[in-house]
Write a protein that binds this ligand. Structure first.
Ligand code: IPM
Ligand code: MG
Length: 369
């Protein structure tokens, strides 16, 4: 059996710095756990634009289709703000999601006990929080046609289209129900069935898939605006939330902030199984490229490191090793190590991006002792 393959796309801003720390973790698993990956690296986003005049080169796209998993850092930066829409760094990311057909985007929001005071909400509201947002990632208003800006009479009109087929909805619903069975066995589906036909269909199809295939899972439905309200009021009522592309974009940022720092949260984007049984997959931190702090050793590498942990779990069937990595992250946090984004109420020991990565490697070493 060849080694499993990883394509690393560090991207822009803090992407390369946080990915350098992930490389340390990957190397550790190779050296100490015999989990050797065949790693290649390429460009995406502004970095690809600078080199090739496109945010994603066709060769990179082809490579992403071949590997067992893609790890992406972040894309974007002010330098690219004036580029034509089709050349913007974000288009590279959206092309990867679409062409790899990564329809299920898993965004966990977990509140580490040692960080519960960082939330803008009260400790008792967020401590111990562990929810999973499953965001549909390849359809909806992000990709629907018609779209564009045209002129009608003497004014411009901007158009985007929310479009969902039954099969789009059914497959992401299945992902949510499958996950729920391995967690708290509860799914809440969010849409705007009171306003949108696509929301009516969403609700019907999620219910049908439930009744036919997952009657053992507890299912509820909520309008997405009420869902946002409930997420800030009492987030612990939720286990798995399944929702469309745009609502998922908003609700996952909201859920992320409940936990105190965007620098902590990983994500997995999964598609259909490949010939080897592994799902098509891309893993990336939820945070962006943070150009304002890039290159200063201030970035928190934890979101990207936990994204690799999700890769161990969802692509490589290494749940125990993913648990080991998650525990190493918890350990350094409870030891008080803090990157700049985490310097807050409890003081803590300020560390650079690189020192945080080293500390997690040391905690992994300690886990073997
Ligand atoms: C996200 C981001 C992206 C999105 C952007 C960068 C295109 O906000 O992954 O949540 O809107 O999906
Ligand atoms: Mg977003």
């Amino acid at each position: 059996m060849p080694n499993p393959s990883l394509l690393i796309l560090p991207g822009d801003g803090i992407g390369p710095e946080v990915m350098a720390e992930v490389r340390k973790i990957i190397d550790w698993f190779g050296a100490k756990r015999g989990l050797v990956f065949d790693v290649s690296e390429d460009l995406v986003g502004g970095a690809a634009y600078d080199a090739h005049g496109t945010p994603l080169h066709d060769d990179t796209m082809a490579r992403a289709q071949e590997v067992d998993a893609v790890l992406l850092g972040a894309v974007g930066g002010p330098k690219y703000d004036t580029l034509d829409f089709s050349l913007k760094p974000e288009r590279g990311l959206l092309r990867l999601r679409k062409e790899m057909d990564l329809f299920a985007n898993l965004r966990p929001a977990q509140c580490f006990d040692s960080l519960a005071d960082f939330s803008s909400l009260k400790r008792e509201v967020v401590a111990g929080l562990d929810i999973m947002i499953v965001r549909e990632l390849t359809s909806g208003v992000y990709f629907g046609e018609p779209r564009g800006i045209h002129t009608e009479g003497n004014e411009r009109v901007g158009i985007n289209t929310q479009r969902y087929t039954e099969s789009d909805i059914a497959r992401v619903a299945r992902s949510a129900f499958e996950l729920a069975r391995r967690r708290g066995n509860k799914v809440c589906s969010m849409e705007k069935a009171n306003v949108m036909e696509s929301g009516i269909l969403w609700r019907e199809v999620v219910q049908e898939v439930h009744d036919r295939e997952y009657p053992d899972v507890e299912l509820s439905h909520m309008y997405a605006d009420a869902g946002a309200m409930q997420l800030t009021r009492w987030p612990k009522q939720f286990d798995v939330i399944v929702t469309d592309n745009l609502f998922g974009d908003l609700l996952s940022d909201l859920a992320a902030m409940l936990t105190g720092s965007l620098g902590m949260l990983p994500s997995a984007s999964l598609g259909a199984p490949m010939a080897n049984g592994r799902p098509k997959a891309m893993y990336e931190p939820v945070h962006g490229s943070a150009p304002d702090i890039a290159g200063q050793g201030k970035a928190n590498p934890i979101a990207c490191i936990l994204s690799f942990s999700m890769a161990l779990r969802y692509s490589f069937d290494q749940g125990a090793e993913a648990d080991r990595l998650d525990a190493a992250v918890q350990k350094v946090l409870s030891d008080g190590l803090r990157t700049a984004d985490l310097m807050g109420p409890d003081g803590g020991v300020p560390v650079s991006t690189g020192a945080m990565g080293d500390a997690i490697v040391a905690a992994l070493d300690a886990s073997l002792a």
